[in-house]
Each structure stands twice: as C-alpha cells, then as structure tokens.
Write a protein that binds this ligand. Structure first.
Ligand code: NDP
Length: 353
C-alpha cells in the first residue's frame, strides 16, 4: 500500500515508519528539512526511493502546507498523520501549540479531499490528553474509555504549557471529527489516543538534549538527575511506542477500525516502577537513582492493583481504564514495562546516557 506519513522523524512516527517498511509498504514521509530526511535515510539504509521517499513540509501551521505532499504517483491509499508539537518550551500557546496542531490536522484533511481522491483511510495520532482532564482529578471508580472527551476550553489552554498541549490535542481531534461530519469526504478516519508513550529511540534521530518529551524521564533517572526524589508521574497509564506503532498500521488495515477512537494503553505504571527496573538493570547507576518518591497516587501500598481478581486491574485512588477496543479490533498484545525499560536503555546509552 502507498502511504503518506507526516512528521516521520518524530519519536512515535519513526516507529510507525519502521512498521510500515517492515511490512513492505511504500512510504512517503513529510519532514521539516533535508537534514531530517537524511537522518531517516541513514536510519533505514536498505530501502530505495520506491519504498521510502520524502516531502518537505517545514511548517504545517501554514495554509495549504500539505496540498502538494498529498499528490503522488502511484497515488496514496492511506495517510497517517502523527506530526503535532509535543514540547513545553513555548512562548505563545496559539502560535506554538494550537495552530500547528489544529491547522495541521484540518490542513491535511482538506488537502486529501482536494488533491488525493485515492485516499481511503486516514489515521490521526491524537492523545489521551483529548480524553482525560487532570482538572477533574483522579476519579477513583470511574472508567475512562473512548467515550470520554477532555472538556478543556480556550481559557484553560493559556494557563500553562502542559494545559496548552492538552488543549491542542483535544481541539485538533475535535476538528478532525467535525470535518468528517460537515465535509463528508470519501475517506474514513480513526484516531489513536495513547497516554504516556515510552520506548526505544532511534539514535540517529535524537540526542540526549533533544530527546522527545516522554522519554526524558527515563533519561533523567539514567543520568542521575533524580538523585533526591523520583518525580511523580502525572498520568499513571502508558504504552510502548512499538505497540502504538502497530496499532496505527492495524487501524489503517482493518475496515472495522474506521470511524473510531482507540485508547491505546498497556495499563498502569509509576515512575517508581521504572526506577526499580533501571536500578536492577544498571547496577552502576543504581546509587544515583532515588529510592523515594514517584509512587502511585495513594502511595506505594496502593499497588494492590488487583491483577488476580477477574483479570481486572484497578489502582487504589485512581481511575480505571477500558482498552478492550484496542484488543478486540486491533488485536494489540501489550508489552510489559520491564521489556520497555530493558529495550530503551541501550538506545539511550547510544546517545550518551
Ligand atoms: P516528537 O516531538 O518526537 O514528534 C513531533 C513531530 O511533529 C516531529 O516530527 C516534529 O518535527 C513535528 N512537528 C511539530 N511541529 C510541526 C510543525 N509546525 N510543522 C511540521 N511538523 C511539525 O513527539 P512524539 O513522537 O512523542 O509525538 C508524536 C505525536 O504523538 C504527537 O501528535 C503527540 O501529540 C502524540 N502523543 C505523544 C505522546 C508521548 O508520550 N510521546 C502521548 C500521546 C500523544 P520536528 O521534530 O522536526 O520539529
């Protein structure tokens, strides 16, 4: 299948790219510069331009940014839109977060409708941030799933960068579903709504300083930045980037995924658990990793998240989650936190951690 992937040099996107290439698909990916295209060529040296090619889209917040990139011979059948700013180093919420997220999403949908009638499936990387609002609190006893929407507002968005990011993801995903409703295009969409995404990096694409936002916690612990206290997690649900990549591809493949959101999560984790695995795997830095902090909301004892009871997992003092749609429709079998940390360590060491 001929596929257009946006933001291919991103942490998640490069795993989607790898999954697509491994399965024999032919991919054009947008990147912001020739330098990023070259880094991807170096990462995947065994694929010729018939399998891996590039289109430069320097800023998707510009009107019509994707109009040319969606044209291709042979024509595209799938589009996977992952590009969206995920960092908190901003000066202007609208310009740095909201515009690229929202205009990027509506821009690619418009471009497909206008210039790529061959496209049948569009997969959009949204976020659990479009489902969950920390303002509502931990909600013990409540079960989050795809039915939930973050009720965030324009006013919330300007409170601080993390709120701006969550709003950018919520507004962008809403804009996508609104587009389907009002424009009635000939393609269908699915959205991926992962919480914290961790996992191996591709060393040619990242450095210790420019590491993607979610993996920075693991890096900080590995390099001894959490000597006094392990920081709290913020959101205590996660997924391995490799499982998320497979979910994107399966959603494109499977007709039953059309028109649906997917809460792609492996379940609970705490930074304390990540620290414990790191200490076990890296005896040399074990003494530099704090032994206090980073627990689950109600403290370490709350880890009575009960695996035995009817196969259900719940965490004392925290919401429950329903990821059954990702198992039933996409057939995802989730990797463990242990495997994620073990496989991530050497890739971070490769960039100097
Ligand atoms: P990265 O920062 O690694 O990737 C973001 C990508 O978007 C990069 O390729 C970046 O290009 C591109 N991008 C950002 N702004 C623009 C712009 N204005 N024009 C064109 N391209 C742009 O982050 P992730 O891989 O982690 O995130 C990918 C997606 O997954 C995002 O949609 C994010 O919201 C979502 N997500 C991530 C989670 C996580 O924990 N990592 C959790 C839930 C959702 P460049 O690097 O060249 O600037």
């Amino acid at each position: 299948t001929r596929v257009l992937l946006t933001g291919g040099s991103g942490f998640i996107a490069v795993h989607v790219l790898e999954a697509l290439l491994t399965q024999g698909h032919s991919v054009v990916t947008t990147v912001r510069s020739d330098a990023k295209a070259q880094m991807l060529r170096d990462t995947f040296p065994n694929y010729g331009t018939d399998k891996l090619d590039f289109a430069i889209v320097a800023d998707m917040a510009e009107e019509g940014a994707f109009d040319e990139a969606v044209k291709s011979d042979p024509p595209f059948e799938w589009v996977i839109h992952t590009a969206s700013p995920f960092h908190f180093n901003i000066t202007d919420t609208k310009k740095d977060l909201l515009d690229p997220a929202i205009i990027g999403t509506t821009g690619i949908l418009n471009a497909i409708k206008k210039n790529a009638p061959s496209v049948k499936r569009v997969i959009i990387t949204s976020s659990f941030a479009a489902i969950f609002s920390p303002k509502i609190g931990n909600r013990p006893g409540y079960t989050y799933s795809e039915k939930d929407w973050n009720p965030t507002t324009e006013e919330d968005a300007i409170q601080d960068p993390p709120s701006g990011y969550r709003a950018s993801k919520t507004f962008a995903e809403k804009a996508a579903w609104d587009f389907i409703e009002t424009e009635k295009p000939s393609f269908t969409i699915s959205t991926m709504n992962p919480p914290m995404v961790f996992g191996p990096i591709h060393p040619k694409l990242q450095t210790l300083d420019t590491l993607n936002t979610s993996n920075q916690r693991i890096r900080d612990m590995m390099v001894g930045k959490s000597q006094d206290e392990i920081p709290a997690a913020g959101v205590y649900v996660w997924v391995d980037v490799r499982d998320l990549a497979v979910a994107h591809v399966r959603a494109a493949e499977r007709p039953s995924a059309a028109g649906k959101r997917f809460f792609v999560t492996a379940g609970y984790y705490s930074n304390r658990e990540i620290a414990d695995i790191l200490r076990e795997q890296l005896p040399d830095v074990a003494s530099k990793i704090a032994t206090k902090g980073g627990e689950f909301p109600e403290g370490e004892h709350a880890v009575q998240y009960n695996q035995e009871a009817a196969g259900l997992m719940f965490l004392v003092g925290y919401f429950e989650y329903d990821n059954s749609r990702t198992e039933d429709i996409l057939g995802i079998q989730y990797r463990s936190l242990q495997d994620m940390v073990k496989d991530t360590i050497p890739t971070l060491q490769a960039v100097g951690a």
